[in-house]
Ligand binder design. Structure first.
Ligand SMILES: [Zn+2]
Length: 318
């Protein structure tokens, strides 16, 4: 292919890319969605060092990053900046080391006797053990070599040009919707952390763990929707309140891959509040289902319910 034949195509690509950027920057033509905790966002970014060097660029790869706000999945400075952005908006943010790749720590540099050098040692990234982890070799002398365990961008101020492409609120499907600030002011701190940030109370520590009332029911700690009858609570000895059935349509289930486990998360169907997880097949009660619920996610009410709800399993029959 001749250079002349290549040139128009490159020009066309450049033009296309410019148009894409114009489109996403045009906030006026896209719905205003202000990002807050819990949203799942898609962001294009260009990461730049103080000397102007670009160290990472998702715009050029046309491959945005996706992460959940408040789930500790992204660099602190980027998450802080994206919070409050609206879809289509672009901004540049400068991050201090503590909000980027961390401060440079002199104590993370080690001089190692040359006898312990791995075969073929050279300056740059080296692998000392089997496995994917590497560290940097920054100096080699006749007697020793220096390993630097700091991130290679530690101690640097880095800037990001960010464009918010998409923000989705996974809780939008729930009838009761409140902002993060509203939940924070309504709920005690720990209840907020469990119900809204999907935390877990320590085993054996909850108010209702060993509480077995003979009547009444348990409601959602966030929105008061009745969830479980007192009769559904059973002794599981697992450290958290356990129920073997729930009021029909009061619970929704979502698969949860966090903490290296595949579990079925249970949430209040009215407000999306996190209750805990549901387990099957333990053969502890006739329903063969254990709703492992945080005490702080529910509240006990010593009253019958005005209507007579049907009680059932939450998981679909296999
Ligand atoms: Zn609720």
């Amino acid at each position: 292919m001749t250079p002349a034949a290549v040139a128009p195509r490159q020009h066309a690509l450049r033009k296309h890319r410019r148009q894409q950027i114009v489109k996403v920057s045009n906030a006026a033509s896209t719905p205003k969605v202000s990002v807050e905790n819990g949203d799942i966002v898609k962001v294009h970014f260009i990461g730049r060092l103080e000397d102007g060097t670009i160290f990472e660029n998702t715009t050029r790869r046309a491959d945005p990053i996706s992460f959940k706000i408040g789930a500790d999945e992204m660099m602190v400075g980027v998450e802080k900046a994206v919070k409050g952005m609206t879809v289509g908006e672009s901004l540049t943010v400068s991050c201090l080391p503590e909000d980027a790749f961390g401060d440079y720590d002199e104590d993370s540099c080690f001089e190692v006797p040359i006898e312990r050098a791995p075969e073929g040692l050279a300056l740059g990234h080296v692998r000392l053990f089997d496995g994917p982890a590497t560290c940097r070799c920054t100096k080699i002398t006749e007697s020793d070599f220096t390993l630097d365990l700091n991130h290679e961008l530690a101690g640097q101020i880095v800037s990001f040009e960010l464009t918010l492409l998409e923000a989705v609120d996974p809780l939008a499907r729930f009838p009761v919707r409140k902002t993060d600030e509203e939940w924070k002011s309504q709920l005690p701190t720990f209840a907020y952390q469990v119900l809204r940030l999907k935390g877990t109370e320590p085993a054996g520590a909850g108010e209702y763990d060993k509480f077995y009332p003979e009547s009444g029911h348990f409601r959602c700690g966030g929105c008061d929707q009745p969830l479980y009858s007192a009769a559904a609570k059973f002794k599981s000895e697992c450290g958290w309140p356990a129920f073997d059935k729930c009021f029909k349509d009061s619970i929704v289930i979502e698969m949860d891959d966090s903490e290296g486990m595949k579990r079925a998360e249970i949430m209040c169907s009215n407000c999306g509040g996190h209750l805990g997880h549901v387990f099957e097949g333990e053969e502890k009660t006739p329903t063969n289902e254990r709703h492992c619920v945080n005490s702080v996610s529910v509240k006990y009410v010593d009253e019958p319910i005005a209507y007579l709800p049907v009680e059932c399993k939450a998981m679909p029959d296999a």
